[in-house]
Design a protein around this ligand. Structure first.
Ligand code: AGP
Length: 613
């Protein structure tokens, strides 16, 4: 999760940008930088590796500039060093850009521009952005047109903010997809742009959010909005509350919705610094196990509770397929009491977003006594789980405030997939070419998840229809069975609806007796190996007049003829499908909870971290 801030006004820009970056520190980062336009037309850029204090140390004289941009970076392409830190500039050092997202087609753009004589100074994908803008301006486009056209050429999801020394009174921001938001802040005679309202909330009176495919052009006195096709957009800024909790929720009514909508960014954060797109390699920094040790592993045990247990169940299937290690997945509170057989060749992988769940920690302690090598997948650096494990795979999702886990589920599953690829490579199961193909699929995922989240209004309509139902069945098969259970858990937790996640094949063996016209049945039916089987189960529900809803793959017309409400998702590989299929279920639980008037972010009887048995 990179952080972005821009300021155009009449005060010195550097202190304002630095204090905004400070407020974005909670998102985590590995380097930072600012670009400021001095009154003499000079574009001054300063960058620092590591903590913000490094940037402050190299800042020196803050200068006289009253317009500038700043960025905190979490590395995706290229090491976290000064050259790779943002802002990046064009060939002539006139255009400076900061970026959040992954330019999926950056290699192609870079090679094209290199052919035109452009030289690049960093290993980042982001650097192509100012170069592309420059190249379009050299062909006759205005700064604004060039930013708009450049943005339209980038594949993937992005938030971009750009300044140009030749047009000193202007900052341009663009949002494409769900790589994080951009908000325009209004104050008296000054304007702000930021990735996060918290960065600018204390300074502003009103704010307006950019939607997917929109661009903002701000000056100290005004903000103008257009779509990427050039058509103007009218926006009414909303008053900003200075209560820090409301500011942290940004444009969302609840943290749960904010965290669901943040998930494409969560995916990017999980992939950051772990995938080398240039050499198509997955590297888990600091991974301590040697190849011989990994080759000797004869079994993996994955542990977790609640949502983290469901992530572990998906991870177990991924690791089994990618690394051919037999995986057992168990509820940590059961595991700890069964005197399991473990040893140095059993890899124990514990999933716990908080890193403090007592059931999981005690199971880890038990595994330690038995000498099993351990990996923790967690969102909290320095938590007890990280101290117990030999290696911690951090989800890097930023704080999750809603009690119901959503983005940490996505982050955990993405990390487990990377772990599967790493183990598969170390064990000689996956070839370089097959890893390259997995990476190609992975890199598209944040954008595809963004597409799914745009279906929120459809899910809200379905929720309206189902909000009064007391029971719910969710059917899944294979890797989507744990997703069915996660969907059911979300309905229980936040909507207080009795819901069950079932293996679809199990239905005939009992639960089918529950089905009549009052029972909503949601079938997770992506086009995969088990699709035909799931269609038979759908027919069984139809025959008993159950109220069917389906999650299916775009282009599957036949399912639409059988099921009233179908949420269509982009096509994705079977192993990665849970990262998309879970999103409509999270949204469904959220919208039903809102309609039922439940306390969405703090459901009754629940705590975010369960530290007692
Ligand atoms: C999920 O929405 C719940 N908050 C709960 O099931 C949670 O996943 C479980 O308590 C485990 O927590 P952990 O990931 O912090 O270990």
């Amino acid at each position: 999760m990179c952080g972005i801030i821009g300021y155009a006004g009449n005060k010195l820009a550097v202190p304002i940008i630095l204090s905004g970056l400070k407020r974005l520190e909670y998102r985590g980062y590995d380097s930072s930088g600012v670009a400021v336009l001095e009154p003499n037309g000079e574009l001054v850029i300063r960058k620092g590796e590591g903590k913000l204090s490094q940037l402050i140390a190299v800042m020196g004289n803050p200068g006289q500039g009253t317009l500038g941009i700043g960025h905190t970076r979490w590395a995706t392409h290229g090491k976290p060093n000064e050259a790779n830190a943002h802002p990046h500039t064009d060939q002539h050092g006139n255009i400076a850009a900061v970026h959040n997202g992954i330019v999926e087609n950056y290699r192609e753009i870079k090679e094209r521009l290199q052919g035109q004589g452009h030289h690049f100074k960093s290993q980042t994908d982001s650097e192509v952005i100012p170069h592309l803008i420059q190249s379009l301006m050299e062909k006759g486009d205005s700064f604004e047109e060039a930013v708009r056209k450049a943005a339209a050429q980038l594949h993937g999801a992005h938030a971009i903010v750009v300044i140009n020394a030749k047009e000193p009174g202007k900052i341009i921001g663009v949002r494409i997809g769900h790589a994080g938001g951009l908000v325009v802040g209004y104050a008296h005679g000054e304007m702000y742009l930021a990735s996060d309202l918290t960065a600018i909330a204390p300074q502003i009176k009103e704010a307006a959010y950019l939607h997917d495919g929109e661009m903002a052009v701000i000056t100290p006195a005004s903000a103008r909005f257009v779509r990427l096709d050039g058509t103007p957009v009218a926006k009414e800024p909303q008053a900003v509350t200075h209560d820090p909790v409301s500011a942290a929720k940004g444009q969302y009514r609840h943290f749960m919705l904010k965290e669901i909508m943040e998930q494409p960014e969560t995916l990017m954060s999980a992939l950051r610094d772990r995938i080398d797109f240039q050499s198509s390699k997955v590297t888990l920094p600091g991974f301590p196990f040697k190849q011989a040790q990994i080759k000797a592993i004869d079994r993996a045990v994955l542990l977790g509770m609640g949502t983290s247990l469901h992530a572990a169940q998906i991870g177990g299937r991924m690791i089994e397929r990618l690394a051919r290690i037999p995986c057992e997945v168990e509820n940590a509170s059961e595991f700890r009491y069964r005197d399991a057989i473990l040893g140095p060749n059993t890899l124990v992988i514990s999933v716990t977003q908080s890193g403090e769940t007592v059931d999981t920690l005690v199971a880890m302690a038990e595994a330690k006594i038995k000498g099993a090598p351990q990996i923790a997948v967690t969102n909290v650096a320095g938590s007890e789980a990280t101290r117990k494990a030999d290696y911690s795979l951090l989800i890097n999702a930023g704080p999750e405030i809603a009690v119901a886990s959503t983005k940490t589920f996505i982050g955990s599953v993405a990390c487990l997939y990377l772990l599967g690829l790493t183990l598969g490579e170390m064990r000689g199961i996956l070839s370089k070419e097959s890893i390259r193909q997995h990476i190609d699929h992975l890199v598209k995922l944040p954008e595809q998840l963004g597409e799914v989240l745009q279906l929120a209004p459809q899910v809200e309509m379905i929720a309206r229809d189902l909000a009064k139902k007391p029971n719910f069945l969710i059917l899944g098969r294979g890797i989507n069975f744990p997703v069915a259970m996660e969907g059911a858990l979300k309905l229980k937790e936040v909507s207080y609806i009795h819901a069950e996640g079932y293996q679809a094949g199990e239905m005939k063996h009992g639960p089918i007796a529950l089905i009549d016209e009052h029972m909503p049945v949601l079938a997770i039916a992506p086009k995969d190996r088990l699709y035909d089987k799931m269609m038979s189960n759908i027919e069984e529900v139809r025959a008993r007049e159950g109220r069917l809803i389906a999650i299916a793959t775009k282009g599957d017309e036949s399912i639409g003829e059988k099921v009233k409400d179908v949420v269509f998702l982009p096509e994705v590989t079977e192993l990665l499908s849970p990262l998309l299929t879970v999103a409509p279920l999270q949204l469904l639980a959220y919208y039903i909870a809102v309609r039922r008037g439940a306390d969405v972010d703090q459901p009754r009887n629940l705590a975010k971290t369960v530290t007692v048995e």
